[in-house]
Design a protein around this ligand. Structure first.
Ligand SMILES: Nc1nc2c(ncn2[C@@H]2O[C@H](COP(=O)(O)OP(=O)(O)OP(=O)(O)O)[C@@H](O)[C@H]2O)c(=O)[nH]1
Ligand SMILES: [Mg+2]
Length: 683
């Protein structure tokens, strides 16, 4: 039987908290697979995937970068994602097209806040993961503690399949518990041949192998059977069971190493092939028929009609690149495809296998592949491309609501037009950036996920376009919610003074929901068909119109339920439009009668500082309306967690650096919205 070539493809993401070593792991994977011939370093600005000038200057990943390599007869398409929370949307878009992921952890810090966030993101997308505990060479590195923190915070069943050999700066390799052999690396990071387990580790290795067998038998019925029959598990059974458990999300295989020292990378690649799914192993992609909206499924079959999702658009020297995950069918150079999102035909110019900023040309790409194409004009991140005769729309990745805004203007008035088109292009590449004109001040306002996100966007325009740009002070995006509701609020929309009339009469209840995050609920409690169903829908649409601008300061309104309790119609003059208008003005006026509450975005801040600087940091957090929720000191470094309104955190990076002589670091994680103390005039 010939095996399907798709079985040898892995679409893989590398996910983690900022600085855990994703880019370094990626770099070493490219080196180990012979894709590159020298090892780049983040701190030298020489890695393959951090190729943007700002990434190289800042030493962080900003844009998800796709690369491709070959290992043991398999093709691995790999996406190195950014760890900084401001770029979480890049991670979200990447997760949408991946079949599996490696979650990287710092062996000293264990599970960090952003590891938790990306883990939940991957959970939502149902992406199977294996874990790589990196930085085993660092002082204080400890695999068991890292595994315990995974168990405590991420998954009840982390299963370590290796035992480290040596520790910290004497970490030289691992015992592979599946094959009971020692894998070690030279000081230069060259892999040596597998060797027998060193005597001093033999007993511990046996004990851990036994624990692994027991844990697997407990989770996997097939393995349990063998375990009961023979009192042990063979390597074959163990590998198969670990694969099933990984793919089902029932356990997390844990490996360890030091990417920087080039140790542990080859076994990680073997584990990717052994445990993570191929495009054939994941459920068929779901979409809706473009015409009749019925649900459709497409399996990963090169002979089926084309269905591909664009997940990233990037203007480069090569042209406008659209990154695609092909779910079914085949695309060839020169093909005409249908952009089901923009509803227009597009022609595929070139197809490229992407190596970060370098490319190899391909004649075709088939189901299961991740490639970039040149020549598409309309496609955006989230667009579906499909066969013209089998139109379908795949669900696009979600886009987060921006929380921070700045006003931007060209330094020279004559550059205003150029700035506007540069901003429009940026927003096209990054859906989490929003550009709008403030209706009151006429200023151009750029909104995004955080201070750094906006800073990077503006810097990109400065560099790419050579444009001078003035940037205003950052402001957070407020929301409004209902403090106390109203019931029986009556609104009549009546225009019957000649010509075609309009008549709609609605009675509304407005009440707060449990939390501001609950969004908006609409219900109808109308009896006896006094308001027909189609008008009820129009009222709901009108409510949504009204909620875009709340009474306090024109901010979006959230966390409420509106119930249509009664109303009446007019034989001739009632219409969808009349009821939509009534819904809109009815809610607008009802909200004015409610006790409205202004909400501001709040984040959880995790600050790591030398112990002696803690006092100052706590005082500073208190001055920023922060509420400290925890503090632990380990090896002279204190980790303080606090919830702080985002508005108070502007400029915190600079402040923390100066307070701690550059030794303090912090990360943030959005936790939602909370009532703001300041009254209105926040627009
Ligand atoms: N000691 C040690 N340092 C490492 C190791 N792996 C990476 N680093 C260092 O950790 C820092 C961060 O590494 P990156 O690879 O940029 O981490 P990242 O996860 O890609 O970071 P972001 O993309 O910004 O989230 C760099 O200075 C690396 O050299 C390791 O195994 N051991
Ligand atoms: Mg990186």
């Amino acid at each position: 039987m010939r095996t399907n070539p798709l079985a040898t493809v892995r679409n893989l993401g590398i996910l983690a908290h900022v600085d855990a070593g994703k880019t370094t792991v990626t770099e070493r994977i490219l080196f180990a697979t012979g894709t590159t011939h020298k090892r780049g370093e983040v701190h030298d600005g020489t890695t393959v995937t951090d190729f943007d000038p700002q990434e190289r200057d800042r030493g962080i990943t900003i844009f998800a970068a796709a690369v491709s390599c070959a290992w043991d007869g398999h093709r691995i398409n790999l996406i190195d994602t950014p760890g900084h929370v401001d770029f979480a949307d890049e991670v979200e878009r990447s997760l949408r097209v991946l079949d599996g992921a490696v979650a990287v952890f710092d062996a000293v810090a264990g599970v960090e806040p952003q590891s938790e966030s990306v883990w939940r993101q991957a959970d939502r997308h149902g992406v199977p993961r294996i874990a790589f505990v990196n930085k085993m060479d660092r002082a204080g590195a400890d695999l068991d503690t890292a595994v315990a923190s995974i168990r405590e915070r991420l998954h009840p069943a982390p299963l370590a399949v290796q035992l480290p050999i040596g520790a910290e700066d004497t970490f030289t390799g691992v015992v592979d518990l599946l094959h009971m052999r020692a894998l070690t690396w030279t000081d230069e990071g060259q892999a040596r041949d597998a060797a027998p387990v060193p005597d001093e580790l033999r007993e511990e290795a046996r004990r851990r192998r036994r624990l692994l067998e027991e844990a697997v038998a407990e989770l996997h019925p097939g393995a349990l059977e063998e375990f009961c029959d023979t009192g042990a598990l063979g390597t074959g059974t163990l590998t198969g069971a670990l694969r099933d458990l990984t793919r089902g999300g029932d356990a997390v295989v844990v490996l360890c190493g030091s990417a920087y020292r080039n140790r542990g990378v080859e076994p990680l690649l073997d584990a990717v092939l052994a445990y993570l799914p191929s495009p054939l192993d994941v459920p068929p992609i779901r979409g809706t028929h473009e015409g009749d909206g019925t649900g459709q499924r497409r399996a990963a079959d090169p002979a089926a009609p084309l269905a591909a999702l664009a997940f990233k658009v990037n203007a480069t020297a090569t042209g406008r690149l659209t990154y695609l995950r092909v779910y079914s069918g085949t695309i060839e150079k020169g093909d005409t495809v249908w952009d089901a999102t923009a509803r227009r035909s597009e022609r595929i110019g070139r197809i490229l296998r992407v190596q970060a900023d370098r490319h190899a040309q391909l004649d075709r790409a088939v189901a299961g592949d991740i490639v970039a194409v040149v020549g598409l004009k309309s496609a955006r991140a989230g667009s579906t491309l499909c066969a013209p005769d089998a139109p379908l729309v795949l669900e696009p990745p979600g886009v987060a609501e921006p929380v921070v805004s700045v006003a931007v203007e060209a330094l020279k008035g004559t550059d205003t037009g150029r700035l506007a088109s540069a901003l429009a292009r940026l927003a096209e590449e990054d859906p989490s950036l929003v550009v709008r004109t403030d209706p009151e001040t006429g200023q151009t306002v750029l909104s995004g996920m955080g201070e750094l996100h906006l800073e990077v966007a503006v810097e990109k325009i400065r560099r790419d376009q050579g444009l001078g740009v003035n940037v205003g002070r950052p402001r957070v995006s407020y929301r409004e919610t209902v403090g106390r509701g109203v019931s029986g609020f009556v609104y009549r929309h009546v225009k019957q003074d000649g010509g075609a009339g309009q008549f709609a009469h609605v009675v509304l209840d407005v009440e707060p929901l449990d939390s501001p995050e609950s969004g908006f609920e609409f219900r109808s409690a109308v009896v006896g068909g006094r308001v027909p169903q189609e008008y009820v829908r129009a009222v709901e649409a009108g409510c949504r119109d009204a909620l875009a601008e709340g009474p306090l300061g024109g901010h979006p309104v959230t966390g409420l339920r509106v119930t249509l309790t009664d109303g009446s119609t007019h034989v001739k003059d009632s219409s969808d439009t009349a009821f939509r208008t009534a819904g809109r003005f009815g809610v607008r006026d009802a909200l004015r009668a409610c006790a409205m509450v202004l909400l501001e975005p709040v984040v959880e801040v995790t600050v790591t500082v030398p112990e002696e600087a803690v006092g100052g940091v706590l005082g500073d957090l208190a001055a920023r309306r922060g509420r400290v929720t925890g503090s632990v000191t380990r090896a002279g470094a204190t980790v303080v967690t606090a919830t702080v309104p985002l508005a108070e955190l502007f400029g915190y990076a600079t402040r923390l650096r100066s307070r701690t002589q550059g030794r303090g670091t912090f990360t943030t994680r959005p936790t939602g919205y909370a009532p703001a103390p300041v009254p209105a005039s926040t627009r």
